[in-house]
Design a protein around this ligand. Structure first.
Ligand SMILES: Nc1nc2c(ncn2[C@@H]2O[C@H](COP(=O)(O)OP(=O)(O)OP(=O)(O)O)[C@@H](O)[C@H]2O)c(=O)[nH]1
Ligand SMILES: [Mg+2]
Length: 246
């Protein structure tokens, strides 16, 4: 079990990043004792690269120029207290007839049913105007009340004006789905833009989890809020509380 004090000092200063396993499905994932922060997005959007940047360790998650490279649920434990989870991307067509919006059943099972999934980073390529596949995926997340924030990636590859225009166009397309939009971040693994902000988000969620575990009587804990869509918060409360330490 992760002590509150130990975690408070460890989020932005990651001293140990350990590969746990590559899981082909939800049942093969490790125990649910640690909060998890997962990266999802289109194939090649930069999920594995961002994980490495946050962990401060190149080569921890494998990066490739080939879309569809990450094929399993890869879990990494940070400072023995929380996990980063690298998920396979969506939108990579394995065959001509395959629906490009379909992604593996294991990923959807993980996103919908992992009780210790604390927050999802939904990655969008900042160079592109809104893509139908990303809009569909965000709608999927919203409908299933998965808690998430947006991360627009590869900002070093576009002008700041282009990045801002693409973000504005994307958020305009989805704003009607939310009472309050999830938080929006930008990042680049080249310039390391976004690292402190994203570690700050993790810190905020971990603090809320630890605070809830101290305040709430067993079986009646509250969830961290962090500008998550309200349905997402409600869904988190419904997730089965099996081995959570908070
Ligand atoms: N210039 C630039 N390149 C990036 C950035 N992030 C990722 N890349 C490159 O984009 C390619 C894909 O990166 P990955 O991290 O493997 O992408 P992924 O989303 O994990 O891809 P899949 O596992 O195939 O779904 C690699 O060539 C990376 O070097 C970034 O911020 N800037
Ligand atoms: Mg990957």
């Amino acid at each position: 079990m992760c002590a509150t004090i130990a975690c408070e000092f460890s989020i932005v200063n990651i001293s140990s990043a350990i590969f746990d396993c590559s899981a082909p499905d939800l049942d093969s994932c490790p125990d649910e004792s640690l909060p998890e922060f997962a990266f999802i997005g289109r194939s090649n959007v930069g999920k594995s690269s961002l994980l490495n940047m946050l962990a401060g360790e190149q080569g921890l998650a494998r990066v490739s120029t080939t879309p569809g490279f990450t094929k399993l649920i890869n879990l990494f434990t940070m400072n023995k207290c929380w996990r980063l989870v690298d998920l396979p991307g969506y939108g990579f067509a394995h065959g001509p007839k395959q629906d490009r919006t379909r992604f593996s059943a294991a990923v959807s099972d993980y996103l919908e049913n992992r009780p210790n999934l604390s927050l999802v980073f939904a990655l969008i390529d900042s160079r592109l105007a809104p893509q139908a596949i990303d809009l569909e995926f965000v709608e999927w997340l919203v409908r299933r009340a998965v808690p998430f924030v947006f991360v627009f990636t590869k900002t070093d590859k576009a002008t700041p004006a282009r990045v801002q225009a693409n973000i504005a166009a994307f958020t305009a397309r989805i704003s009607a789905w939310f009472e309050k939009l999830p938080a929006v971040f930008t990042c680049s693994v080249q310039t390391r833009q976004g690292r402190p902000e994203l570690l700050g988000v993790i810190d905020e969620v971990m603090t809320a989890i630890n605070t809830a575990s101290i305040r709430a009587p067993e079986g009646n804990e509250s969830s961290p809020t962090l500008s998550l869509p309200a349905p997402a918060r409600e869904n988190r409360k419904r997730r089965p509380d099996l081995h959570r330490p908070w």
